[in-house]
Design a protein around this ligand. Structure first.
Ligand code: ADP
Ligand code: ADP
Length: 231
């Protein structure tokens, strides 16, 4: 079953005005049909400006498409109110960006527990979340650093914490934008292997935007964007 579906999605950004004063638009996505299956990892490649980040942003429900539909499992998200979309983003969609975006004052474990707190966990549930956080940090190879803060971690370690944090939500879908852009070759390889491993283990539909064509063979399939279209 396709955990994530984009059907005939077109996205146009407002981009100033023409000389005659009429609004100008940039078509970032042009009639895109895309789906990602549970338990698989898809590499999304293509030149800069081709629409990869826009596709992720629409899939993440951060931007509504101009036309077309977005579906999560058997639900059509097209007309869901913003409040409901925000709830989905906290529970069913995991997002991992190039820069891990961790809070400087929190330890690795606290970063994960905060996710549970934001989801509404309190009291005993938070204790369970702290234990869960420990398990996830171990899974991503960070059990020795659970009590460290971001400045005490290397770039690769921060990205591992970021991945563990995204998994706290038990997402059906994981959207990953250039996770290795700030890392050297070996660390990049390890992070990509970790993404494959968690995709299998947690049965997520994972989509990874990457410039590193050498990591494409690690994915189950690759799709290429060009000028807002998928080929
Ligand atoms: P990629 O991720 O492949 O580099 P993007 O999705 O970022 O591509 O961009 C696709 C197109 O949309 C590009 O032409 C880009 O300049 C344009 N674009 C992206 N974001 C905006 C925005 N907020 N406003 C206007 N144009 C944008
Ligand atoms: P990476 O390529 O994973 O970012 P680095 O080359 O930056 O790794 O770091 C190598 C090792 O040094 C890491 O495994 C990490 O344990 C340690 N390290 C890096 N930065 C710090 C820091 N600010 N404080 C403590 N240890 C660090």
């Amino acid at each position: 079953i396709a955990a994530l579906r984009l059907e005939h999605v077109t996205l146009e950004y407002a981009d100033g005005t023409h000389e005659d004063g009429s609004p100008r638009t940039v078509r970032a996505l042009d009639t895109v049909d895309f789906s990602a299956e549970t338990g698989t990892i898809t590499a999304l490649v293509g030149p800069s400006g081709s629409g990869k980040s826009s596709l992720l942003a629409v899939a993440a429900t951060l931007i509504r498409p101009s036309t077309g539909r977005v579906g999560l499992a058997d639900r059509d998200l097209t007309h869901l109110p913003e409040k409901e979309l925000a709830r989905l983003r906290r529970s069913e969609i995991g997002m991992i960006f190039q820069q891990p975006n961790l809070l400087p004052s929190l330890t690795a474990r606290e970063q994960l527990v905060l996710t549970a707190h934001l989801r509404g966990a309190r009291g005993a549930e938070l204790k369970t979340a702290a234990a869960e956080a420990g398990d996830l940090l171990e899974l991503v190879g960070m059990s020795g650093s659970a009590d460290r803060r971001p400045h005490q971690l290397s770039g690769g370690q921060r990205q591992r914490v970021n991945i563990a944090r995204a998994l706290m939500n038990r997402p059906q879908v994981m959207l990953v934008d250039e996770p290795t852009a700030a890392l050297d070759h070996n660390r990049s390889q390890q992070i990509m292997e970790l993404l494959v491993e968690v995709t299998r283990r947690f049965d997520t539909a994972t989509v990874v935007v990457t410039h590193d064509t050498e990591f494409v063979p690690l994915a189950d399939r690759a799709v290429t964007m060009r000028d807002g279209r998928l080929s």
